[in-house]
Design a protein around this ligand. Structure first.
Ligand SMILES: NC(=O)c1ccc[n+]([C@@H]2O[C@H](COP(=O)([O-])OP(=O)(O)OC[C@H]3O[C@@H](n4cnc5c(N)ncnc54)[C@H](O)[C@@H]3O)[C@@H](O)[C@H]2O)c1
Length: 308
């Protein structure tokens, strides 16, 4: 059994990862600074009573956090592609600065790092489904900071021997999905009978990954990933926003009050993962289909809205 540090432990994916590691018998130290990107109360709910060290990786001393740690799951960061303008310094701090400090500290401590990068590094990709060796050309400041983190991990490997594995998550969904993400917004609108604002004409499509599948890939990367490797984590299902809305209506048995808005700058028109590399290297593939995963998220959202 190992002792792991999970950064972003009170977040959507991090909280599921902590639970999975604990269930497998590992010791887990969670760290999170409860940024105000969304309500701290939601992060408290995610944490579900688990003790979490409150520290900001961009400035806290990291050596004590890494003491006795076998591996670090680095999921803390500022997510969301709407990252132009005044938001950019937040992305610099929570993605680039926090990661640079953590990578160097982990290298000194001799702890492996699994880093949560993003399909956003591909931007409008060269081709679909997109493999890891496609030239990354992010179109959002968020994607640029994530790609910068990937390069920092490589530079830290060359300079100080960091052992890092880089995961590019493709739109992760399921219970506890962040409130700014489309599925939570759609399902909440359906449960509450409130309007939903769709950015774009509904033709944008995404490769969607159920959170349990993403967590399994993340654990496999820590246990069996090759040092320095980058793996796409996706491939569960691809659907357009219009298809997603129809599916959400079917799962909930309700119809959506849809308001159309212009698509947001930084949003790509399509993501789709080529998962050949992670299948071959880690024997991982997505298992949960979109309807099954949405059903689980609907149960979570509707119970929450019912409690309001
Ligand atoms: N959810 C997705 O679809 C998706 C897709 C691609 C990549 N990712 C990446 O995966 C990671 C987890 O995503 P999520 O959806 O769970 O996001 P989330 O916002 O729910 O979780 C991130 C957590 O990190 C914490 N955090 C941020 N900066 C910190 C800092 N400097 N020090 C300590 N804690 C800090 C936040 O408070 C938050 O609880 C992020 O790095 C995100 O960019 C997510």
């Amino acid at each position: 059994m190992s002792r792991y540090l999970v950064t972003g432990a009170a977040g959507f994916i991090g909280s599921h990862l902590c639970a999975a590691l604990e269930a497998a018998g590992h010791a887990v130290v969670g760290v999170d600074c409860f940024t105000d990107y969304y309500a701290a109360a939601l992060k408290e709910e995610n944490a579900a009573g688990r003790a979490i060290v409150r520290a900001d990786l961009a400035e806290a001393p990291l050596e004590p956090l890494l003491d006795g740690i076998d591996g670090v799951f680095h999921l803390a960061g500022q997510p969301g592609v709407r990252s132009f303008g005044d938001a950019f310094p937040i992305y610099l701090r929570h993605n680039l600065l926090a990661s640079q400090r953590l990578f160097e500290a982990a290298a000194r401590a001799g702890a492996r790092v699994v880093f949560a990068s993003s399909s956003s590094v591909y931007g409008e990709a060269e081709g679909y489904p997109t493999a890891e060796d496609a030239v990354p050309r992010p179109i959002s400041p968020y994607g640029i900071t994530k790609l910068g983190c990937e390069h920092l991990a490589r530079a830290t490997e060359l300079a100080f021997g960091l052992d890092a594995v880089l995961l590019r998550y493709f739109t992760v969904y399921g219970p506890r999905q962040r409130p700014d993400m489309a599925f939570t917004r759609i399902l909440t609108a359906l449960a509450a009978g409130s309007p939903f604002e769709l950015f774009g004409d509904g033709s944008a499509s995404r490769g969607f990954t159920f959170v349990g599948d993403a967590v399994a890939a993340t654990v496999a990367a820590m246990e069996r990933g090759e040092q320095g490797a980058v793996y796409n984590v996706g491939g569960g299902a691809e659907a357009t926003m219009s298809e997603v809305i129809a599916l959400c209506e079917r799962v909930s048995g309700r119809s959506l009050d849809l308001r159309r808005r212009e698509s947001a700058k930084g949003d790509v028109s399509r993501t789709a993962a080529d998962t050949g590399r992670i299948r071959a290297a880690l024997d991982w593939e997505a298992k949960v289909g979109l309807e099954e995963g949405l059903q689980a998220q609907w149960s979570w959202v509707s119970a929450k809205v019912g409690r309001r």
